[in-house]
Ligand binder design. Sequence first.
Ligand code: ATP
Length: 227
Amino acid sequence: MPKDTSNLELRGIRCIRGERLLFSKLSFRCSAGTLVRIAGPNGTGKTTLLRLLVGLMQPQEGEILWNGKAILKLKEEFWQNLIYIGHLNGVKDELTARENLLVNCEIGEHPITAEQADEALEKVGLAGFENNLTRHLSQGQRRRVALARLYVSRHAPFWVLDEPFTALDVKAVDNLANLIAQHVNEGGIVAFTTHQEVPIAANRSERIDLTGGRWLNASIGKGRKEV
Ligand SMILES: Nc1ncnc2c1ncn2[C@@H]1O[C@H](COP(=O)(O)OP(=O)(O)OP(=O)(O)O)[C@@H](O)[C@H]1O
């Protein structure tokens, strides 16, 4: 992983979804070795912000820069630096746990061997489940299949994780928190959301709090904040 060189910047981001202004003039900057927690109650735009950060959505105003260049212009050059694990896991039902990991790494242009896949599955507590179809796994186990990717993705400095601790048991939460801290302390940037108060021993951490938001059409959000 290229250390101490990456930086992420949000410049004047404005985002509207449906009738709701989620945030505007959102600016933020961080450099290599930072844990970025995106906080806020349900519906305030945490997942939306993560999707903006990885380029799956575009803001109405402003831009997101990676190493000083707009991510929408960098495209593949940016994606090579990125691992995104969203809400929906990105795990295919009809593939086994091992096949899922192999395919996801292949798609991410960082192929791994079956042995490396099995080692990563072991680290997330899925030893013995390598050949199980993921449709036969529990929610927590499916989540672990997705998260196993992180154990073979230390080359990618920027991790974006949507609710990574959901459905994990205490030990798995602890292991993941340690992995995230290690990645950050070795020069990665990890942006994540969580509703759980999980201690992560990162040397440097920042918080983006999205509490707020406004209805654009006052009649919709009667009794709430208006523009
Ligand atoms: N496809 C969509 N079309 C229009 N509005 C949407 C869509 N998806 C989400 N929204 C709205 O955008 C807002 C932000 O949603 P988002 O999922 O980013 O919130 P969140 O903070 O991640 O919520 P949670 O904590 O519940 O996961 C919500 O008010 C939601 O109603």
